[in-house]
Design a protein around this ligand. Structure first.
Ligand SMILES: *Cc1c(COP(=O)(O)O)cnc(C)c1O
Length: 415
């Protein structure tokens, strides 16, 4: 017993940032074993620490921790053991020096941008993006005197043409939500590096199981962990990966004082989700290709477009295959009109109408009236989010059941 009459448990960091211990582990092992700290109880599943604060043996320990002279937790806005375990596991999967978990994907995107820009800076962003990511670029940053340019991210030359002397950040998704635009990571990240620009990649559609942008030179990788990382549609979560220096010196002053902190419970759920990420991401990608192949003839016959990086008809199919291990569970297709898109959705019997993605359940939505409803009509047109566009997240159900459901729903929509 300590002098405070409470038994203290020494956490043993069995893995995690101990590079020597984890260096040779392959990705599947990192996903299951990375970021495990065990208490003296030897629990197999990582512990969930629901605590906002911490107690100390004596006053000097508090002073030392706040001064940064001693390791240890001080307050859960700044550190929490469960959250730290999640951050270690994500960093290992990403191949990043450091990671900080966030309350949601949008908390991650907001922090990743705001922590590094000042009035007078310029940000170049991809035109095709999640609606709220576009809001950050189109509305929030300009409000604080940050100039922004939005470009066609699949046009390699457009990136260079958009650079100004004050360009600080490149911000893009690949594949992008919901039009599945694919950005040439190597080209764009090298261009950023050559001009002293920080590249920030929103990797939510792929997850580190399918694409690791840092291998292609990305500086910062940001996540909605709500998607494939959780994988079962339970919690909101986000993460930012970068170099130790960038995380500590650029992100942390912003994060510790503004508090986009993830709850320990949500961190624990995502941490457990990561153990099956590899299996789910690859299986769902495989099923998404099978479903895309099934749908393509029907959609093209009706004059519609398929937007699926896993199919040869995608303009950047080869690039997607070169920079991704598999092309992911999400694709989109155009059925011509909103009426037809709604008729198809309403006829679904198995696949849910839902705007979430990355879930083990198959989900479908109409981006123009949901995820991108907050944008102006011109904005949607410029992004190619058409009135007939449908987006699907392919889950883990038997693909034959999914095809039967789509088959009857297509017939109901007269396709
Ligand atoms: C969902 C999503 C986000 C936002 O994440 P939340 O966890 O919902 O806040 C950001 N970017 C992309 C590409 C997304 O799909």
């Amino acid at each position: 017993m300590t002098s405070r009459q409470t038994k203290r448990v020494a956490m043993k960091k069995t893995t995690g940032m101990d590079r020597a211990a984890t260096r040779n582990w392959r990705p599947a092992t990192r996903a299951v074993r990375g970021g495990t700290w065990r208490s003296e109880h030897g629990e197999t599943s990582e512990a969930l620490f629901l605590t906002s604060g911490y107690t100390y043996d004596d006053a000097q320990t508090v002073a030392d921790r706040f001064a940064g002279d001693a390791e240890g937790m001080t307050y859960s806005r700044l550190q929490n053991p469960t959250v730290a375990m999640l951050e270690e596991r994500i960093a290992l999967l990403e191949g990043a020096e450091a990671c900080r978990a966030q309350a949601s994907g949008m908390a991650a995107m907001t922090a990743a941008l705001l922590c590094q820009v000042s009035a007078g800076d310029h940000v170049v962003a991809a035109r095709a993006a999640f609606g709220s990511c576009r809001w950050l670029v189109d509305e929030l940053l300009p409000k604080f005197g940050v100039e922004t340019s939005v470009i066609d991210s699949a046009d390699d030359a457009a990136w260079e043409a958009a650079i100004r002397p004050n360009t600080k950040v490149f911000f893009f998704e690949t594949p992008a939500n919901p039009t599945l635009d694919v950005v040439d990571l190597k080209h764009v990240c090298a261009l950023a590096k050559a001009h002293g620009i920080t590249s920030v990649v929103d990797n939510a559609f792929a997850s580190p199981a399918l694409q690791r942008p840092m291998e292609f030179g990305a500086d910062v990788v940001a996540y909605s962990a709500t998607k494939l990382m959780d994988g079962q549609g339970r919690v909101l979560a986000g993460a930012i990966c970068g170099s130790e220096e960038w995380i500590n010196e650029t992100l942390m002053p912003f994060q510790r004082n503004t508090g986009p902190t993830i709850s320990a419970f949500n961190a624990w759920v995502v941490h457990k989700g990561l153990e099956t990420l590899q299996l789910r991401a690859h299986k769902q990608s495989e099923q998404a290709v099978a479903l895309g192949e099934f749908l393509e003839p029907r959609i093209s016959k009706g004059g519609g477009r398929m937007l699926h990086p896993g199919l040869p008809s995608h303009p950047r199919h080869n690039l997607a295959k070169a920079q991704m291990d598999a092309t992911g569970p999400i694709f989109a297709f155009d059925v011509g009109t909103r009426a037809r898109a709604f008729a198809l959705l309403d006829a679904l019997e198995l696949i849910d109408i839902s705007n979430n993605i990355g879930d083990a359940r198959s989900l479908m939505c109409h981006p123009a009236s949901s995820t991108h409803a907050g944008m102006s009509e011109e904005g949607r047109t410029e992004m190619d989010v058409t009135e007939g566009l449908l987006r699907i997240n392919v889950g883990l159900e038997d693909p034959a059941d999914l095809m039967e459901d789509l088959d009857q729903a297509l017939a109901a929509a007269e396709l």
